[in-house]
Design a protein around this ligand. Structure first.
Ligand code: BGP
Length: 482
């Protein structure tokens, strides 16, 4: 056993998931089709394909998920046994507004999340909600072009207003867009932009569209923060809105000054979304870069005012791995994940090639704190692996325990030794769910094993892995026994 540091009282130990990766029930009740519902399964090393309609013989693992839509009452009992104090999930926008531009919300959809939230609270679990976790109604993409269209901001704010008003008395922690910065690979854009035929554009055109859509998302995020604060005043409750950033520290490949400069620009490029969210303005280097590329981004003075006046209450982030870059000789330091990335000789990788770097958690938390000065919330961290269910129903996932030991230890040092305020730690994913990037079920992250394979075959039965007992003891000791 590793000796850790105790976390402050009230620290939220928990777990995190996302609606489209576990609920299943993709077309029941009033639900409309979301962009996640038209993503086919990939497999190890093969990315998921995106269509713009549901194909009759398509393989859509998230159509079934782990059937959490129906099983959540039992699953939350297991989470309580695990000792979770908080649970992060997302609201499927299409259960509330099936097409996104509907006049009225679905009462059936609203009632569903009423029950789910109540079930968490009955099990002494604090709900943490993401408004858009890689999801939006497909109709908004096919009819309006997704977030490339300013009009879509209003639909998102309306959706947010509806659910924050409805659940605000019971849910204090909200996040707008999951991993908003995961759209820096221009040709493999964020799901917000998918189905928009971006592959027909040149790399520069796609990049410009990505920046434009990002601006509208950032504006939507600021307007939701504003609205949530108004609702909190009206209702006399506390509502906190955070952004959600995928944090991958980018290190220089060597101590060569050019590599160090490139790594810093990679960090600036990956995290300007955080600058806007937390500091309320775009960095100068980015405006210069847009001008250099000839990009014309629609940002009005009124937009800038909204961004400046409505910064986030906290910075939520996911952390899985770090990256390494080297210089390309480009004077403008244009960062290109494909061209600049290399392996870090000091780190091991997971089966999916993700570099395992516990120390990076402490590095990243210090980097973000110095830059943004907002309380932080780790809302994802975990180890995707192939697990084996033994005949006696046990799963020996010591590799997952080792991953968590290292990462939690590093997080605790950032809190206790460096003095960084941290609201909680919500590892991904508590229970096995469908992988977002590959569509596999066999890339497992949970403390609870779910007996389903990539084709959705299996009993669906839940089993406690070895890591379940281990995490129980971490929570019970408030982080001291790792
Ligand atoms: C994050 C996403 C999650 C989750 C996780 C693990 O990027 O926010 O939705 O899935 O990564 O990734 P994957 O499922 O692709 O292994």
């Amino acid at each position: 056993m590793v000796k850790g540091y105790k976390m402050p009282d009230g620290f939220l130990w928990g777990a995190a998931v996302a609606a489209h990766q576990l609920e299943g029930a993709w077309d029941v009740d009033d639900k409309g089709v979301s962009i996640a519902d038209v993503m086919l399964a990939g497999k190890h090393g093969v990315a998921r394909e995106v269509t713009d309609e549901v194909l009759p013989d398509g393989n859509y693992p998230n159509h079934r998920g782990i059937d959490f839509y129906h099983t959540y009452p039992e699953d939350f009992k297991l989470m309580k046994e695990l000792g979770l104090k908080a649970f992060r999930t997302s609201i499927a926008w299409t259960r509330i507004y099936p097409n996104g531009d509907d006049v009225l919300p679905s009462e059936e959809g609203l009632r569903y999340y009423d029950k789910m939230i109540d079930a968490m609270i009955e099990n002494d679990i604090v709900p943490v909600l993401t408004l858009s976790h890689f999801e939006m109604p497909l109709h908004l993409v096919t009819e309006y072009g997704g977030f490339r269209n300013r009009q879509v901001i209003d639909f998102f704010v309306k959706f947010a207003d509806t659910v924050i008003r409805r659940y605000g008395d019971r849910v204090k922690y909200w996040m707008t867009f999951n991993e908003i910065n995961n759209q820096t690979s221009w040709m493999d854009p964020h799901p917000m932009l998918q189905n928009s035929g971006l592959k027909d554009y040149s790399e520069d055109e796609a990049q410009e569209l990505m920046y434009q859509a990002s601006h509208y998302e950032l504006l939507a995020s600021a307007l939701v923060t504003k609205r949530a604060h108004e609702i909190a005043r009206e209702k006399g409750c506390e509502l906190l809105v955070g952004d959600m950033i995928a944090m991958n520290p980018v290190y220089p490949a060597s101590s060569k000054p050019e590599d160090i400069l490139m790594a810093e620009r990679a960090m600036q490029t990956r995290y300007f979304w955080g600058d806007v969210h937390a500091n309320g303005k775009y960095p100068n280097w980015l405006k210069k870069f847009w001008a250099h590329k000839g990009f014309k981004i629609d940002i009005t003075p009124e937009d800038e005012k909204i961004l400046a006046e409505n910064t986030v209450d906290y910075v939520a982030f996911s952390y899985y791995m770090s990256w390494t870059v080297s210089d390309t000789g480009d004077e403008w330091l244009e960062y290109d994940e494909e061209a600049n990335h290399g392996d870090n000789p000091f780190l091991q990788k997971s089966d999916w090639g993700w570099q395992i770097d516990p120390v990076g958690v402490r590095w990243a938390m210090n980097w973000m704190w110095d830059r943004w000065q907002k309380p932080m919330f780790i809302v994802e961290n975990g180890f995707g692996a192939y697990d084996k269910l033994e005949e006696n129903g046990q799963v020996h996932d010591d590799y997952r325990i080792a991953y968590f030991q290292g990462h939690i230890e590093s997080m605790e040092r950032a809190v206790v030794l460096d003095g960084i305020p941290l609201i909680g730690y919500l590892p991904w994913s508590g229970i096995d769910i469908v992988s977002a990037s590959t569509g596999e079920m066999l890339k497992r992250y949970g403390f609870i094993y779910v007996d389903l394979d990539d084709m959705g075959q299996g009993s669906g039965k839940r089993y406690r892995k070895d890591s379940f007992k281990w995490y129980q003891q971490v929570i019970a000791s408030n982080g001291e026994d790792l």
